[in-house]
Write a protein that binds this ligand. Structure first.
Ligand SMILES: O=P(O)(O)O[C@H]1O[C@H](CO)[C@@H](O)[C@H]1O
Ligand SMILES: O=c1cc[nH]c(=O)[nH]1
Length: 249
């Protein structure tokens, strides 16, 4: 007869430690972005890697932080948010890229999310669609102050989180959201905001603009995030995001 097996020391999907993580996490889509940001931290250490999830722990201006990648899309990202929270994270900032929905919001600008349209394809399975996806107000204020300190061009507003990157046969409600004043589109933020609100945690997001989604995303070959203007803005936005993260008590 064998007894119950001991619980593994890491969580199953991200392979991060089960407990003891810092309370503050910067979450990003791209594992390479996580590695680049970890390179800026003091005493950075890889604490887990599995699938699209690559996680580091280190310090930014003496505050312990986690930097972790969640890949593309809300369902996969939710797995990361859940395991980070399980391991001790209480404050999340997503630092990603997004397409602009307004002509005056241009490549390299930052968008600070106040709320998100829940077209993310997964949170409808967590709570009714009428429930709002809102950023914790302190994250908006901290990101606004950090962007100002770094003299980064930043816009605040509602972001559209959409599960499918490119439309196919079904027409997008693009015009409706443009008229409603939605300013950018990406793929995971609403998932984070709803998850955090349901768990009583803090969350927000800041996004680097890498094109105009009203034009480029109708033909996916028109989308090119691998340009210097985007690369430079990601570097500048990293400092904005980390400064805002550690400014949150
Ligand atoms: O740059 P990241 O954080 O991955 O964010 C955006 O980029 C990906 C699409 O290219 C999606 O994940 C979208 O949300
Ligand atoms: O989802 C995304 C991410 C970046 N840029 C876009 O246009 N869409």
């Amino acid at each position: 007869m064998t007894g119950p097996t001991a619980q593994p020391s890491t969580l199953p999907i991200t392979k991060i430690p089960r407990t003891g993580l810092p309370g503050h996490a910067l979450v990003v889509g791209d594992p390479e972005r996580a590695t680049a940001i970890a390179g800026l931290l003091t005493d950075a250490a890889l604490i887990g890697e599995n699938r699209e999830y690559r996680s580091y722990q280190g310090r930014w201006h003496d505050t312990p932080v986690v930097v972790s990648s969640h890949g593309v899309g809300g369902p996969g990202a939710l797995c990361q948010f859940q395991e980070l929270a399980e391991a001790g994270v209480h404050t999340f900032l997503r630092f990603g890229t997004a397409g602009a929905l307004r002509a005056d919001i241009t490549d390299g600008d930052l968008v600070i999310a106040e709320a998100a349209v829940r077209d993310d394809g997964v949170t409808q399975q967590l709570v009714r669609p009428e429930y709002p996806a809102f950023a914790t107000p302190e994250t908006v204020l901290a990101l606004t102050a950090a962007a100002r300190a770094h003299e980064a061009r930043a816009h605040r507003g509602v972001v559209w989180t959409r599960a499918a990157f490119s439309p196919m046969v079904r027409e997008l409600p693009m015009n409706e959201y443009l008229v409603a004043g939605v300013i950018a589109i990406e793929m995971e933020l609403a998932t984070l905001l709803v998850f955090a609100a349901l768990k009583g945690l803090r969350a927000g997001g800041v996004l680097v603009i890498d094109g105009n989604a009203t034009v480029d995303n109708t033909d996916p070959t028109g989308y090119d995030p691998h340009r210097k203007v985007v690369f430079d803005a990601v570097a500048r936005g990293t400092a904005v995001a980390l400064d805002a993260l550690v400014a949150l008590p």
